[in-house]
Ligand binder design. Structure first.
Ligand SMILES: [Zn+2]
Length: 431
């Protein structure tokens, strides 16, 4: 009786109670599959097709990227159930899932179907098939072996910039979502922006040391935001003098705890060493740094994106490191304290500088005409539309309906377009 009971228990354990490995062939046969030609044709027809790569970000970095598409995203298989509902709200949206070897993606399709998604298919050829066909890919990180999103590039003689991802700050980009620039003088190096974390600033310093043996003497914060100042924690311990506008210093004092908490939440282990350090030196109007052989004018031209916005103007090169005054390739964000009307006025003074090279706060280095298109022209457009709505007695709901599609190709559009409309409306009501 004892032994029989034992056998019953054993057979129970090895039947229903044990989760069997999935029969992947069966799963593949039970779901809709598409090939490379079909995916290519559908993407050409419908740019809103949702593409989900269920490999890990690390894998995509190692093999050079993932499939390019307007709604192309990486959601690792292990996070799918947790993240999909935030990423794709419409359960009837057309979704194509893929991976590397057609093992995880069929299971991911099954999961999404169980969760109520009605139009999910498996791209069976996966990333290798797409790559082999020479079709467009994109990369989340241009410098996968560094905390930097991309390594510094030379913009002009003595001037370099590590261009951040034109996206919100994420764990993947290690908070490198704005431009971290540096100017090399005969005596000293000035770094413009601390970056979003201690490790990011450290990675930037590693790159600077490969380019010059001159010491970093100054760190400048473009304003009081996290991605300007959190990396100050790295530079501070090296004794680098930190400089910012007095309003930025005030911002840091007021908002430090909240900014640190959200950075920690986002960066997790990558938050290591990060703190928000107040500047050692502040100024209200202008401060000139002589780096030896090159002068840098740190100055504010007036209110713009956020309190304490400053730029670094290099008259001998006709080059401006503009900070968040100027945006390129991504939609600018309007914050609660952003003064859009003043920003346009400040822009006039900016244009009067006669700068020929602009390293914007976000996006690749460019010229005045380009940043004007992405920054001032957008502000003028939005204020024009919203001014008209207010004049006609319209409401907030009308601001949401403004057709901003001329800017839809810009990165961060989907995060910011409606929020910008609301914030500009709410501010203009009281102007
Ligand atoms: Zn910024």
């Amino acid at each position: 009786m004892g032994i029989r009971f034992f056998i019953v228990v054993l057979s129970f354990l090895f039947s229903g109670a044990v989760l069997a490995a999935p029969d992947i062939e069966k799963v593949r046969a039970s779901i809709p599959n598409i090939d490379t030609a079909t995916l290519k044709a559908e993407l050409a027809k419908n740019e809103n097709l949702v593409l989900i790569d269920v490999r890990t970000v690390r894998e995509t970095n190692i093999v050079g990227g993932f499939i390019k598409g307007k709604r192309s995203m990486i959601i690792p298989r292990g996070w799918l159930e947790f993240r999909i509902e935030d990423a794709v709200k419409d359960k009837d949206a057309p979704i194509v899932v893929y991976c590397g070897t057609n093992q995880r993606s069929p299971l991911a399709v099954q999961t999404l179907v169980k969760m109520g998604y009605t139009n999910v298919r498996n791209y069976a050829d996966g990333y290798p098939g797409w790559l082999k066909a020479g079709l467009p890919i994109t990369t989340r990180d241009a410098a996968p072996n560094s905390f930097l999103y991309s390594k510094p590039v030379k913009v002009a003689e003595r001037v370099w910039s590590a261009i951040g991802e034109t996206s919100p700050s994420t764990y993947q980009n290690s908070g490198h979502n704005n431009n971290l620039s540096f100017v090399i003088g005969d005596d000293a190096v000035m770094v413009f922006n601390g970056g979003g974390s201690f490790l990011l600033a450290h990675a930037l310093h590693d790159e600077i040391k490969k380019i010059t043996d001159k010491p970093v003497k100054y760190l400048v914060y473009e304003n009081g935001q996290g991605h300007a100042s959190l990396g100050g924690s790295y530079w501070k311990q090296l004794g680098v003098e930190i400089i910012a506008h007095e309003d930025a210093a005030h911002e840091i004092r007021e908002r430090k705890n909240g900014i640190l908490a959200s950075a920690q939440n986002r960066l997790k282990d990558k938050f290591f060493g990060t703190d928000m350090i107040e500047p050692d030196v502040t100024f209200s109007d202008k401060k000139v740094l002589d780096l030896g052989g090159i002068k840098v004018v740190l100055q504010t031209l007036g209110a713009a994106h956020s309190p304490g916005d400053i730029m670094a103007w290099l008259p001998s090169l006709k080059l401006v490191i503009s900070g968040d005054l100027a945006f390129h390739q991504r939609l600018l964000p309007v914050f609660e304290d952003t003064q859009t009307g003043e920003w346009i006025k400040t822009w006039g003074k900016f244009e009067a500088l006669g700068a020929q090279i602009i390293i914007p706060g976000h996006g690749t280095p460019t010229n005045m005409a380009e940043v004007t298109k992405y920054t001032k022209d957008y502000l003028v457009f939005m204020r024009g539309k919203i001014g008209k709505i207010i004049e006609d007695g319209g409401e907030l709901g009308d601001a949401y309906k403004i057709d901003q599609s001329a800017y839809e190709h810009l990165d961060t559009y989907e995060f910011l377009a409606l929020r910008n409309a609301a914030r500009i409306f709410q501010a203009m009501e009281f102007e």
